[in-house]
Design a protein around this ligand. Sequence first.
Ligand SMILES: C[S@@+](CC[C@H](N)C(=O)[O-])C[C@H]1O[C@@H](n2cnc3c(N)ncnc32)[C@H](O)[C@@H]1O
Length: 358
Amino acid sequence: MSTAVEVESPMRSRVAALARAAAYPRLRYMGSKYKLAPHLGTVFNEIGGTTFLDAFSGSGFVGYLAKALGYAVTTNDYLHFPSVISRASMVNETTLLTDQMIDTICGPAADSRKFIQTTFRDVFFAEDDRVFLDSAWSHIDSMTGFERDIALAALILSAARKQPRGVFTISGDLSHYDDGRRDLSLPLRDHFRERAAEYNAAVFSTGQEGKAVTGDVFNLAKTDYDVVYLDPPYAPPTDDADYTKRYHFLEGLSDYWVGREIMQKTKTKKIPKQASVFANKRTIEDALERTFDKFRDAGAIVMSYSSNALPGDARIKELLGTVKPYVEVRMVDHQYHFGTHSTAARRSVQEYIFIGRD
Ligand SMILES: C[S@@+](CC[C@H](N)C(=O)[O-])C[C@H]1O[C@@H](n2cnc3c(N)ncnc32)[C@H](O)[C@@H]1O
């Protein structure tokens, strides 16, 4: 359905763009840049230009912020669900999910499918919630275009908000995580109504053409954007930054696991890990070198990284300097939550923003 949504002129002020971005339907996502919005907004506004690539889009927040700043935005991620979210919230200029569609999705099922109920029994969510997920999908399956994207984005955000800590590495009886938060007790059907309203409210028009791609960053065809923003996984000194392990349920929910292998012997019924050369300290340097080289024709390359990860800032500056002669590094204090609620600790790290220009 097309209705009148707010039309905004290209290149809005930073303040107006930040206000717009603050209302983004927020997904708790490892490495999300929601809190860095004021700093990134300043950097992007200083650089200017009209075309923008968010090459590791995750929750979709940065691409949405860039649209609010007036850019024509392309987002990319090697997982599938980020493209669904970006299409619903950023590429979509005018389409809303009507009350009637929301009622239908929340009403009786259109067929008798039980895949989620049976696959994730005693793994994720209560029976009523799993029944709702199957039932919602029985309607979404026949939807198309942005309406389908909004419905799926709302379903994905509902599942993420209801799952304790927002990650699907923990399963079974999770009652000890219940700290009384409304998100944890709200039935998924009610979540869905609220999350759909949030996505509807996020839709705005700038008249610029956006795009959301699913694929490895090295497979992107176009490279000469005015701004290329890189926010790869932070390669930790030990272990690796595995997004599939944490968000496999959201990934499967984005296409109802069609054609996907499920590792039945795993406790959380994972899908196979999608390895990333950015997630590991042994492969990160080569990966960064190749990425900078790929985007050497961009107007500017902006990259987020953390002092908590490898390689260090001096090495990244050196690597970026091989394709962009002027490299500036800005540092922002950032606090991360670590551990479970019983061992929760706050640790302060520096969040770097590298800016490479000609
Ligand atoms: C730090 S997160 C991005 C967070 C995002 N900027 C936000 O604000 O939500 C890194 C993302 O890179 C994606 N990723 C990892 N390896 C990739 C690759 N080779 N190509 C494209 N995306 C990749 C992950 O799926 C993850 O969503």
